[in-house]
Design a protein around this ligand. Structure first.
Ligand code: PD2
Ligand code: ZN
Length: 280
């Protein structure tokens, strides 16, 4: 089979951010080769990116991201779910970002923190080469995952998220809880997988993320979207949803985001990543 000798600007951006978040260059080269890229081309490309040199990108998949309003964005400003009304606090259409209040009660936030505390481990990412999780330097928080429907609280939250987003529970990855202490951060990254490496099994590409803030942070710890100039301050029980995958399989580079260092106190947040199809 002929090897691939060009990369799209989406893939280049993903590589740049992934390197910045601490993933080592060899794993990216290996992942490229595994996906059918020419080995020499892969090494050269990564070397150029590491050395901050420009690289030519192919125009094959250069078409601009086409924004589609996801169903969560068509529900008005007061969204009634089975057990509570969730209010929209702010909205941006490009990139698509919605901020909510009252997604979780204070008791639910406290309970999630309580259930997570004894299970926290250094945060990890999925290695695109091995498919296994591993630690990287750009992500200094600690975290843990709940299994889908692991207990009554998780079931309640997953049902609510599914009602809010209109995605089936099975499109969601297990809820992740993160804890950041002073100075800890999650460097700028995309939540979607490298566009060239997507297969349709296991739900395929990630298309949306819901971040639920579980406490108030006295200083720092905002979720920042640097390309959109947006900064979300963590407030207990509020949440932010951002959507970055469309029905054409494109991903939105404007969704680049980061958790900036906590300056005072600590930060607790729950992440629900949503895939285009059912994972389970
Ligand atoms: O904790 C956050 O604010 C944050 C920021 C960016 C979490 C994630 N990304 C994530 O879990 O993907
Ligand atoms: Zn993220």
């Amino acid at each position: 089979m002929e090897k691939i000798m060009h990369i799209s600007s989406d893939l280049r951006d993903w590589i740049v951010q992934t390197l910045r978040s601490g993933v080592n260059p060899e794993s990216i080269v290996d992942a490229m080769i595994k996906k059918g890229f020419d080995a020499t081309f892969s090494y050269r490309t990564i070397l150029r990116i590491v050395g901050n040199q420009t690289i030519k990108t192919s125009t094959l998949s250069e078409s601009p991201y086409i924004y589609e309003i996801p169903e969560i964005g068509r529900k008005g400003n007061e969204i009634q779910t089975n057990d509570r009304i969730i209010h929209v606090l702010s909205r941006i259409n490009q990139p698509f970002i919605l901020q909510f209040e009252n997604l979780l009660s204070f008791d639910e936030c406290d309970e999630l923190i309580h259930l997570s505390k004894g299970r926290l481990l250094p945060s990890q990412i999925i290695d695109s080469k091995t498919g296994l999780v591993k630690s990287v330097s750009g992500r200094t928080s600690k975290g843990m995952y709940f299994k889908l429907g692991e207990n009554h609280l998780i079931e309640t939250i997953e049902n609510r998220i599914s009602e809010l987003t209109n995605f089936p529970i099975e499109n969601g990855e297990g809820l992740q809880v993160l804890n950041y202490q002073v100075g800890e951060e999650y460097k700028p990254h995309f939540d979607y997988f490298p566009p060239a490496s997507i297969s349709t099994h296991k739900g395929g590409q990630r298309i949306g993320t819901l971040l639920i803030y579980l406490n108030d942070v006295p200083s720092g710890g905002e979720t920042v979207f640097p390309k959109a100039g947006v900064s979300i301050v963590p407030r207990k029980g509020t949440a932010v949803y951002f959507h970055y995958g469309n029905s054409k399989g494109q991903v939105d580079r404007m969704s680049l985001h980061t958790s900036i260092p906590v300056l005072e106190g600590e930060k607790w947040v729950a992440t629900k990543w949503i895939r285009q199809g059912r994972i389970y």
